[in-house]
Design a protein around this ligand. Structure first.
Ligand code: MG
Length: 454
C-alpha cells in the first residue's frame, strides 16, 4: 500500500503524540520543496497553533521559502488571500472540528482551492524520501507578518450580498464561534451587515471551553437556548476553522446541514434562472428536489469538498456544497466558506421571510445510518459483488455503490480511514429507510462473507 501522510483533511493528530514539532518541521520542508517561492501561513485558535506554525515555518524557510504569516484566520480567509496575492500556495494550521488536543496541517493550492490528491502525493513523495531542497545560509527564507487579511476577506463577502436588504430587515442574530478562528472575522462582518449580533464563544480560546468545535445539536444547546430566550431571527454556528456554518431557525430548531444546503441551492438556482449544483452522492434528495423545481440540475461527485470544488470549476456550476454546512459560492471562491454562507442566508431571510417558514418548504427525508466491519483487503471485491447483487436496480458507482429503489436510495461506501463500510439509506419515512438499510446490510454481509471465503 502507498505510504500516506495526508488524510482527507490534511495531516492531523494529537499534539506531542502523533503530531509533533519534529513532524511539522519535516512536513514544512516537504511543502516548501514542492511549492518554492512565497507561501502564506495561518492558524486557528488551538493552544498548539504557535508551536506548529513555527515548526512548519522553520521547515519552509530552511528550503528557501519566504513565509507570509497572516496570523489567526478562518481557513477560507487564507484561501482568499492565496487566490488573490500571487503566492505559490498556503498552509493552514488547523484540525477543523476535532477536539482541542488535535491539530493539523492543510495545504492550499496557488488558486486558493484545497490541494488535490495528485499534488499531495508529490509532497508525500518528497516527505518520505527526505529529498528536500538544499539551501546554503545565503538563501534560506525569512518570515514577514501580513496584517489586514481578515478585513479584506469579510469586505469581499460584504460586496457579494444585498447589504441594503439585510440592513433594512433589522435582524437579530445569535452567533456562536466555538472559540475558534471565526471569532476574528464573523462578529465584525455582522456589524458591517447592520444586524444586531449577540455573540457566544466569540473570543479565541484554544482549549474550547464553550464546547467542542463540531457544530452538532449536542454542542449547540446554548445557541438554541439563546435564540429562544432573545427571540432572535436566527442562530449561526461555525466549526473551529470557520469553513462551515450551521443554522438554528427563529423557533430555536437546530437545522441539519442538508436543509440549509437545500435552501441556499434553491435560492441560488432561482436567482440565476437555472444552472448546475454540485454535491457529493451522500447528499439528501431534498437538494435535488428543490433544485429541479427551480429549473436547475444536480451533478453528484465523490465525497470530499476538494472534489466538489473542482467539479464546480469544470462545469461552471452556480453553487455547490456538502451536507455538513460546507457551502461553496463560485462568485466568491471555490472553497467552503462559513462567512459567505452566513451572509447569504441573512440575505435570503431578509428578502424571503422567517427561516422556519422557508425551511417548511424543503422536503423531509429520513436517514438510516449503519457501519459494518470489513477488512481493507476485501473492500474492492465486496463492492464488485454488490454490483452483481443489485444488477436489477439503477446503480451509481461515483463513490462506493449507490442504489436507487422506488422509494429511496442507499449508499454503501468503504471508509478510507477505518476497516468498515458505511451504509446510508434515505427514504420519505423512517420505516422505509430502515427497510432499505436492512436489505443493503443483508447483501453487504453476504458479500463480505463471500469475499472472506474466496
Ligand atoms: Mg472546518
Amino acid at each position: 500500500m502507498e505510504q500516506r501522510l495526508f488524510g482527507t483533511n490534511g495531516v492531523r493528530g494529537v499534539i506531542n503524540q502523533d503530531m509533533s514539532a519534529q513532524l511539522a518541521l519535516d512536513v514544512g520542508k516537504a511543502i516548501g520543496s514542492f511549492m518554492g517561492g512565497k507561501v502564506a501561513i495561518a492558524t486557528d485558535s488551538r493552544t498548539s497553533a504557535d508551536m506548529l506554525r513555527c515548526a512548519v515555518s522553520a521547515g519552509l524557510m530552511s528550503v528557501g521559502v519566504e513565509v507570509l504569516d497572516l496570523g489567526m484566520l478562518p481557513t477560507p480567509a487564507i484561501q482568499y488571500y492565496v487566490k488573490n496575492s500571487g503566492v505559490k500556495g498556503g498552509v493552514m494550521i488547523t484540525a477543523s472540528h476535532n477536539p482541542p488536543e488535535f491539530n493539523g496541517i492543510k495545504c492550499i493550492d496557488y488558486d486558493g482551492t484545497e490541494m488535490s490528491r495528485n499534488k499531495e502525493q508529490l509532497i508525500e513523495k518528497i516527505f518520505f524520501s527526505k529529498d528536500f531542497v538544499q539551501r546554503s545560509w545565503r538563501s534560506v527564507g525569512a518570515t514577514r507578518q501580513v496584517t489586514g487579511v481578515g478585513s479584506s476577506y469579510i469586505n469581499a463577502v460584504k460586496r457579494l450580498v444585498d447589504i441594503t436588504a439585510i440592513e433594512d430587515a433589522k435582524l437579530t442574530v445569535v452567533l456562536d464561534c466555538a472559540n475558534g478562528a471565526g471569532s476574528v472575522t464573523s462578529p465584525v462582518l455582522l456589524d458591517m451587515l447592520g444586524v444586531r449580533a449577540i455573540t457566544l464563544n466569540a473570543n479565541p480560546q484554544g482549549k474550547f471551553p464553550g464546547h467542542e468545535s463540531e457544530p452538532t445539536p449536542d454542542h449547540l444547546k446554548d445557541l438554541v437556548a439563546t435564540v429562544k430566550a432573545t427571540g432572535a431571527d436566527l442562530g449561526v454556528a461555525h466549526d473551529g476553522d470557520a469553513d462551515r456554518t450551521i443554522f438554528v431557525d427563529d423557533k430555536g430548531n437546530y437545522l441539519y446541514g442538508d436543509k440549509s444546503l437545500a435552501l441556499v441551492a434553491k435560492y441560488m438556482v432561482k436567482e440565476r434562472g437555472g444552472g448546475t449544483v454540485v454535491t457529493p452522492v451522500s447528499t439528501s434528495s431534498c437538494v435535488e428536489d428543490v433544485v429541479k423545481a427551480e429549473g436547475g440540475n444536480v451533478v453528484y461527485t465523490r465525497v470530499g469538498s476538494p472534489v466538489v470544488a473542482r467539479q464546480m470549476i469544470e462545469l461552471n456550476a452556480v453553487f455547490g456544497g456538502e451536507e455538513n454546512g460546507g457551502l461553496i459560492f463560485p462568485e466568491h471562491q471555490y472553497c467552503r466558506d462559513a462567512a459567505m454562507t452566513m451572509a447569504k442566508v441573512l440575505e435570503i431571510v431578509a428578502k424571503e421571510g422567517k427561516l422556519s417558514k422557508l425551511m417548511s418548504a424543503i422536503p423531509n427525508y429520513a436517514l438510516d445510518k449503519r457501519r459494518i466491519e470489513a477488512s481493507d483487503e476485501i473492500k474492492e471485491q465486496v463492492l464488485e459483488d454488490l454490483l452483481v447483487r443489485f444488477q436489477e436496480e439503477k446503480v451509481d458507482t461515483t463513490d462506493g455503490v449507490k442504489v436507487y429503489f422506488d422509494n429511496g436510495w442507499a449508499l454503501v461506501r468503504p471508509s478510507g480511514t477505518e476497516p468498515i463500510f458505511r451504509i446510508y439509506s434515505e427514504a420519505k419515512t423512517k420505516e422505509a429507510a430502515k427497510r432499505i438499510g436492512d436489505r443493503c446490510e443483508k447483501e453487504l454481509r453476504e458479500a463480505i462473507e463471500g469475499s472472506k471465503a474466496a
